[in-house]
Design a protein around this ligand. Structure first.
Ligand code: BG6
Length: 499
């Protein structure tokens, strides 16, 4: 690596962000555009250096070009402010090394000394199979130790591929870093509307009294995508929807919906409450796990007028793969607030549209006062927290249709994020990057949280594996999911909301 032409006085405010795997998609699509957006709004510490670390034979200039293009292509606000962008890129440097090569970490250490800031954020933007090696080499090279300032590390999901690998990744991380230096990134927690769940629940008096088993019939948490696996089948075919989003995003949404109010709003108190929810989820094994879940795989179909191939025909999917691209589960949170209220979680690829929402369905009125077409049986009150798109909150109510007859129809009372605050909510990475630079871990997953989420998920995976299916139920791309999922709800005399 050429000498960096910098010779700074040590700066207590400045930060160096070391991006391992800077040549990959994450850096270009998410990290750099988010850093740029934060810089544009004057929110970044000064000075901020970006040190990319990866195997490809790139120059500093090449890395800057790729990152610049990332901002042009994926930046949220246009036109791009060139002065801000170039200001960031002037302080971006590249270290070429494989992740195993100790000498590369020596070069990284030298680069960090040259930029001369006291604080370092390590960002693992590599495929997860490199996490352990990188953490180990950070430790061997003593990059984590510092006399002054701080060292933190960001780890992207997936945190392990099962309970055992998650625990061993944690052991590895803890052998080099303290828990309070580790920021496990689940980007769902950075979404404005996900944080709004807490504001909505704990910043308003009127809903809390209703937020329990007395008034809530059930809860549906949906994360639907119209996209298929795209170019990620190499990873996805070993993960499936259960590891890809159930273990993390869906369970995170569940904890935020079900948790008790924390004593104070800080990282420890919030995460303590979330962990309690996970501990209260009734764990099921074997037959019970099979009865309470459905999994399926998409076959070719039509989405938005376009024919799309079957999962098994996507590039990099193994022949005869039985990886699920859809799952739903019925979970019970066995505590005083929720006992007896089913939480239905579902997620799938190649569903008709991209929708993430939490729907709280309230119990019905006790008497059908208004005759046959009583709202109570046909369209009960539902509160829908829409995470994306059309971010907002809608309450479905019954109202009298004008006219002589006492006819009740469902109507909507709606809060729309864009109308109320103007514009799209910021990108999750912007908030999360800033939080780890500022040392606020509230929106990151703590080690015991990950472990509890895995414990629960692992039981389902084990039951599915023991089933030894050769083929999964299928659903046509562009439909609501497998028929079995409809039957699953009908058995409970309930219905999925339409995607
Ligand atoms: C990722 C999953 O964590 O979340 C992807 O790995 C999924 O499979 C993505 O597509 C969805 O994120 P978002 O923010 O688009 O809902």
């Amino acid at each position: 690596m050429p000498e960096l032409e910098i010779n700074n006085e040590p700066c207590s405010e400045g930060v160096a962000i070391v991006i391992f795997g800077v040549t990959g998609d994450l850096a270009r699509r998410k990290l750099m555009p988010s850093l740029y957006e934060n810089a544009r709004q004057g929110r970044l510490p000064e000075p901020l250096y970006i040190i990319g670390f990866a195997r490809r034979s790139w120059s500093h200039e090449k890395m800057r070009d790729v990152l610049r293009q990332g901002v042009m292509d994926y930046g949220r606000t246009k036109p791009v402010d060139e002065e801000v962008l170039e200001g960031l890129l002037d302080r971006a440097f590249y270290v070429e090394s494989t992740f195993q090569d100790e000498a590369g970490y020596g070069r990284l250490k030298k680069a960090l000394e040259q930029v001369g800031v006291q604080n370092t954020l390590f960002y693992l933007a590599t495929p997860p199979n490199w996490y352990s090696t990188i953490v180990e080499n950070i430790g061997v090279s003593q990059l984590e130790s510092c006399q002054q300032g701080w060292r933190r590390i960001v780890v992207e999901k997936p945190f392990g591929r099962d309970l055992e690998t998650a625990q061993s990744l944690d052991d590895k991380l803890h052998s080099v870093f303290h828990e309070d230096q580790i920021y496990r990134m689940d980007h769902y927690l950075g979404k404005e509307t996900v944080q709004n769940i807490l504001a909505f629940r704990f910043g308003n008096g009127i809903f809390e009294p209703l937020w329990n088993r007395k008034y809530i019939d059930h809860i549906q948490i949906t994360m639907a995508e119209d996209e298929g696996v795209g170019t990620r089948a190499g990873y996805y075919d070993h993960a499936g929807v259960i590891r890809d989003v159930f273990q993390n995003h869906l369970l995170q949404l569940l904890t935020l919906t079900a948790m008790e109010a924390p004593a104070v709003f800080n990282a420890k108190a919030v995460r303590d409450e979330k962990v309690k929810v996970l501990k209260s989820v009734c764990e099921f094994t074997g037959e019970k796990a099979i009865e309470n879940t459905i999994r399926a795989q998409y076959v070719s179909g039509t989405i938005n007028g376009k024919r799309v191939p079957s999962y098994r025909d996507e590039p990099d999917v193994a022949d005869g793969s039985i990886t699920e691209t859809y799952m739903c589960a019925r979970l019970s949170v066995n505590n005083w607030r929720w006992a007896g209220v089913p939480f239905y979680l579902r997620s799938g690829k190649r569903l008709p549209s991209r929708v993430t929402e939490i729907a709280i369905q309230f119990t019905q009125v006790p008497l059908a006062l208004f005759g046959q077409r009583n709202l109570a049986s046909e369209a009960p009150n539902v509160l829908v927290i829409r995470i994306q798109p059309d971010e907002g909150i809608t309450l479905f109510l019954g109202a009298k249709v004008p006219g002589n007859a006492m006819r009740i129809e469902p109507v909507e009372m709606r809060f729309n994020y864009a109308d109320a605050f103007g514009g799209e909510p910021p990108e999750a990475y912007e908030r999360l990057l800033l939080d780890c630079l500022q040392g606020d871990a509230t929106l990151f997953t703590r080690s015991d949280e990950v472990e509890e989420a895995w414990r629960l998920t692992q039981r389902i995976i084990d039951a599915w594996e023991a089933q030894g299916l050769k083929n999964l139920p299928v659903y046509e791309a562009g439909t609501q999911g497998p028929h079995a999922a409809e039957d699953f709800m009908q058995k409970d005399k309930r219905q999925w909301r339409e995607i």
